[in-house]
Ligand binder design. Structure first.
Ligand code: S3P
Length: 433
């Protein structure tokens, strides 16, 4: 195992909060200033579709603390109905968040629009988008298989809705909330399993606990005055660096200013529970989001991971690839159940993980909703081809294992890391001892 040391101050700004800051800025009245917006391709796709739908925005690179270059975004809008009919289909590239969340806004606009994406996004499920928006009165068309292109004929007369989320998806919750902001009356979203709550926090929505379920109350047609947003570092990106630090004893990495929202930081609890030496320092709250510094020390004695609690899974869904690869390399074992949603991400992540771990000599068994790693049968000789399936999190999870263990891997389409973590390899290089 290799040793990594250092302090990380340039982790990508959070992808989920960046998307929402841009979309909420476009819905707000006035000038929205977003500090530390992500350069990741997905977040740039959100800015792209907003511009193509008539929103006026600009990006600025400014020098921040210790000479670090920070990307800020300034959005000027007159509120809910500032959008213009796009002249061509809106290209969301690889970004499911862009496509789904923007659909909620387009459903309320009095014009027709169409959302498209790259090959991976055009295969992902979109019935979960169309169903609530149709109930609210918008006209949405999907492919026969229930995928994009999403063709939307929006209406200014959206009806309020009471909607119980059929899947624990923060994207679906957010798109319903965005549509409901435009509706003529109060809406309610019922969330049986908790998912990331940035949208509620950023919009200041009231939430209630009713018989163990979370209800989110959305007032209709209430003007949103523009306010500034600060984007903390992305915990899902931090997870890769934490895994790097944990894999090798002697490593010590401090990761600054990370979003520690409890709906995002479940992976830290899982890893601490398995014996990982992780400390949180400098805890504070900015804009309603918990933030802190993560200090990770590699001790080399992690316990195998078993992940099966549906509520916890909703809060670590993006971290499972790294947790699985880390657990396989550190302990030879990993077990996941109740995670069928993982098959609908940028790739079928259950299959992608199992197939690649098998190539690396691990014994794996897949289930419809998970998989299991049952020890290592052989050590590869020479370089192993790892199929990224054009999925940033699959590519980075295996790249971390390769860097930490010295196992040679040839990862296909490695540039896909730019979807969420453009400086991934540059940052790793600064941590090598
Ligand atoms: C996200 C929600 C999750 C997550 C995705 C980002 C969000 O997707 O996997 O990377 O920002 O709301 P689902 O809503 O499909 O669970």
């Amino acid at each position: 195992m290799r040793v990594f040391k250092g302090e990380v101050t340039s982790l990508p700004p959070d992808k989920s909060i960046s998307h929402r800051a841009a979309l909420i800025g476009a819905l707000s009245e006035g000038t929205t200033e977003i500090t530390n917006f992500s350069a990741g391709f997905d977040n740039q796709s959100t800015l792209g579709v907003l511009k193509d739908a008539g929103i006026s925005l600009r990006q600025e690179l400014v020098e921040g603390e210790a000479g670090r270059i920070v990307r800020n975004v300034v959005i000027e809008s007159k509120g809910f109905w500032s959008f213009l009919p796009p002249s061509a289909p809106l290209m969301c590239n690889n970004s499911g968040s862009t496509m789904r969340m923007f659909s909620g806004i387009l459903a309320a606009q009095p014009f027709a629009s169409e959302l498209v994406g790259d090959a991976s996004l055009m295969k992902r499920p979109m019935k979960r988008v169309a169903e609530p928006l149709r109930l609210m009165g918008a006209d949405l068309g999907l492919s026969e298989g229930g995928t994009a292109p999403i063709r939307i004929r929006g209406t200014k007369e959206l009806k309020p809705i009471r909607y119980r989320l059929p899947v624990p998806s923060a994207q679906v919750k957010s798109l319903v909330a965005f549509a409901a902001l435009h509706a003529d009356g109060e809406s309610r979203i019922v969330e049986p399993l908790r998912s990331r709550d940035h949208t509620e926090l950023m919009l200041g929505l009231e939430t209630l606990d009713v018989d163990g379920e979370r209800h989110i109350v959305i007032p209709g047609r209430k003007t949103i005055p523009a306010k500034p947003f600060y984007i903390p570092a992305d915990p899902s990106a931090a997870c890769f660096i934490v895994a790097l630090g944990l894999l090798a004893s002697g490593s010590e990495i401090l990761i600054r200013d990370v979003c520690l929202n409890p709906t995002r930081a479940g992976f830290l609890d899982i890893l601490s529970g398995a014996g990982g030496a992780i400390e949180i320092e400098n805890r504070r709250v900015i804009g309603g989001e918990a933030i802190g510094d993560i200090l990770v020390r590699g001790s080399g004695d992690l316990q195998p991971l078993l992940i099966n609690d549906p509520e916890l899974i909703a809060c670590v869904i993006d971290e499972i690839p790294m947790l699985a690869v880390l657990s396989a390399f550190a302990t030879g074992s990993f077990e996941l159940h109740n995670a069928a949603e993982l098959r609908t991400k940028e790739s079928d992540r259950i299959d992608a993980l199992a197939v690649n771990l098998q190539r690396l000599g691990f014994a794996c068994e897949q289930y419809p909703d998970g998989f299991m790693v049952k020890g290592r049968l052989s050590m590869p000789s020479g370089s192993v081809v790892i199929e990224s399936f054009d999925d940033h999190r699959i590519a980075m999870s295996f790249a971390i294992a390769a860097r930490a263990t010295g196992c040679e891997m040839d990862i296909t389409d490695i540039g896909v890391v730019g979807v969420s973590f453009p400086n991934f390899f540059g940052l790793l290089a600064t941590l090598e001892v």
